[in-house]
Design a protein around this ligand. Structure first.
Ligand code: SF4
Length: 326
């Protein structure tokens, strides 16, 4: 072993594998700092919780624009949903490499396990990730290291290869046993927390990518709220499902047109980039159909980017707008 403190930066999603990778390194005296990421598709809360549990420092980086690009054009393709896992891993490790060279870390560690995920963690994918990240020499996978080619930190004696592991395959039993050994009780389920693996979210995201190829981070964040409609003009309309949605829609207004059923109890709704007044009228009718009035008309407040007005819309059956739902 080295006669100085060896420093590792460990990708920390909050999943069990990433937590175990930290434990395995700590067991041989390596000083570990966690690294977690934020984007419109995942947050840092799980990584933060894991770092608190491990009592290690944590670095948080925003990779929103990089991952937006990868979701649309993943060089190594998507997983089952819109998850570009191979490219996403390479991106995260590349970011870790930049931090490692700026802050003097000796190695980068991840919780990847050989063969655990058929697409993104087979031997070829692990090699691809290492190569594309540009960090192959210092990238260590402590949980499967003894099944992989020795890395620089192992060859130089910064870490003892003999004390690294040979985990392989899809069974989680060895990880559960290690969790018990290390007293780890709190962790995220595999791939939990990434919206790019959520089929319902990905259906909405695909629809957005098809209809608005120049979509923004704001547009992605709006996919997380309410019922969605695509109006015949191409404008997007979002109707709150409950009070929480209504509050989130009002907070996300950001220059879009807000429609509020404020006389009769009903939803708050957001019309994104309306093309004409016809969009506002149709949106108001959809909004009225979700109010507490089951017939007649509903008077609503409309707040565009520049003006405030009132509009009265006839209550129609919701079925009338069924084809516009996305
Ligand atoms: S599950 Fe999501 S966060 Fe994890 S590697 Fe895949 S795309 Fe990235």
């Amino acid at each position: 072993m080295a006669d100085r403190k060896v420093r590792a930066i460990n990708l920390l999603s909050g999943g069990l594998d990433s937590i175990l990778a930290v434990k395995v390194l700590q067991e041989q005296g390596v000083e570990v700092t966690g690294l977690t990421f934020v984007s419109p598709f995942f947050g840092s809360a799980n990584g933060e919780r894991a770092a608190r549990q491990l009592v290690i420092p944590l670095i948080i980086r925003d990779i929103s624009s990089d991952i937006m690009e990868l979701v649309q054009n993943p060089p190594h393709g998507h997983g089952k949903q819109l998850n570009p896992c191979i490219d996403c891993h390479a991106l995260m490790i590349r970011k870790a490499g930049q931090i490692a060279s700026e802050q003097g870390f000796d190695l980068i560690a991840t919780g990847e396990v050989l063969g655990e995920r058929p697409m993104s963690q087979n031997r070829q994918s692990l090699d691809t990730v290492a190569r594309d990240s540009g960090c192959a020499g210092i990238l260590l996978r402590p949980l499967s290291a003894k099944l992989l080619t020795p890395t620089k930190p192992e060859l130089e004696g910064l870490v003892e290869r003999d004390r690294l592991l040979t985990l392989e395959g899809r069974s989680r039993r060895p990880q559960m046993a290690l969790a018990e050994k290390y007293g780890i009780t709190e962790y995220l389920q595999p791939a939990g927390g990434c919206l790019l693996t959520d089929p319902a979210f990905c259906e909405r995201l695909s629809e957005l990518m098809r209809n608005e190829p120049d979509f923004s981070i704001d547009d992605v964040n709006l996919l997380k709220i309410g019922r969605h409609f695509r109006l015949p003009s191409g404008a997007k309309f979002i109707v709150g499902r409950d009070e929480r949605d209504n509050a989130r829609i009002a907070a996300a207004r950001n220059g879009h047109t807000l429609i509020v059923s404020d006389v009769i109890p009903g939803p708050t709704a957001l019309l994104v980039r309306p093309r004409s007044n016809a969009d506002v009228e149709l949106a108001a009718r959809i909004c009225a159909s979700y109010s507490d009035n089951r017939g007649g008309e509903v008077d609503m407040g409309v707040l565009t980017e520049n003006e405030q007005m009132r509009i009265t819309a006839k209550v129609s059956s919701r079925d009338e707008f069924g084809e516009l739902r996305t």
